[in-house]
Design a protein around this ligand. Sequence first.
Ligand SMILES: NC(=O)c1ccc[n+]([C@@H]2O[C@H](COP(=O)([O-])OP(=O)(O)OC[C@H]3O[C@@H](n4cnc5c(N)ncnc54)[C@H](OP(=O)(O)O)[C@@H]3O)[C@@H](O)[C@H]2O)c1
Length: 313
Amino acid sequence: MKKDSKIYVAGHRGLFGSAIMRALERNGFNNILTRTHTELDLTDGAATKNFFEKERPEYVFVAAAKVGGINANNTYMADFAMENLLITCNVLKAAHETGVKKLLYLGSSCIYPRNSAQPVKEEYLLTGLPEPTNEGYAIAKIAGVRLCDYYKRQYGDDFVSCIPANVYGENDDLDPEKSHVIPALIQRFHNAKLKNLPYVEIWGTGIAEREFMHVDDGANACLYVMEKYEGPGTINIGLGYTTSIRELAEEIRQVTGYEGEIRYDATKPDGMPKRLLDSSKIDILGWKPQITLREGLNSEYSWYLEKAAGGQK
Ligand SMILES: NC(=O)c1ccc[n+]([C@@H]2O[C@H](COP(=O)([O-])OP(=O)(O)OC[C@H]3O[C@@H](n4cnc5c(N)ncnc54)[C@H](OP(=O)(O)O)[C@@H]3O)[C@@H](O)[C@H]2O)c1
């Protein structure tokens, strides 16, 4: 990509899309095209086609998606499947028809089979069923990842896809119904500190291990893939290591300055013992994450204080 290439970031105000915007700006790209959901609804095929025909972006990052928590995904499965299928089909079709030079499509680690061996390799996709509670979302995202391959194989389009680990960071969703473990714990420890609560209780034993990647690392990896990866198939983006919920909770306790106790309710489920992507493909390409958990948590807590808690310390 040249610094003045016309780059469209779909979903530029979301968690991932806003990090891609920051990464592009940090790297000096100066011709970035955006539309809010209200300005351009990507489920509308005609509007999407018109937009691509008029604006002719050269590079496209697809970070627009209908995203939600387990409950929303399970309850509104038709909407999650349909809206994501429409966004995927409309954007990829318009990009193909208008000769986009390169497109990067964001998948999600929840599209891998629920019972995948760990760490999860790219080739495990479609070797088993995804988690039933987000099956509709997963089917739409699997379609997107595979469509990138099909367009590349049939037409030679340079469409690639990435499957990032769970990310956290600026613009995380703070709605308790939807929020991921890190923003949820930051809010709970912060509130416990304000109210002087003697302890914070966490579901499960705390021994489950997850991969927690800062979204700025995820976005940098997307830029890296956009500029350096031309091969077939999807590419995992992860850290290559996990952190236990116990270690995470202790880090967040220190970052928020909460001095009370952490208790674990072992009667509640832990979920899968370990979730880790095999990121050797991007590792071999030469990309490495830069942000430590402590740095990432410090920055997310500052953002939380500024944006969500109205600056209360
Ligand atoms: N969050 C994670 O941990 C994570 C990890 C790996 C991969 N990903 C992937 O990254 C992508 C983005 O996720 P995210 O967490 O950044 O989600 P997000 O914060 O909810 O952002 C999604 C963005 O898409 C926009 N959007 C939704 N429907 C649209 C439509 N019909 N037309 C135009 N824009 C639309 C949203 O705009 P509005 O807000 O205005 O609706 C929002 O800006 C998804 O494909 C997800 O699977 C996320």
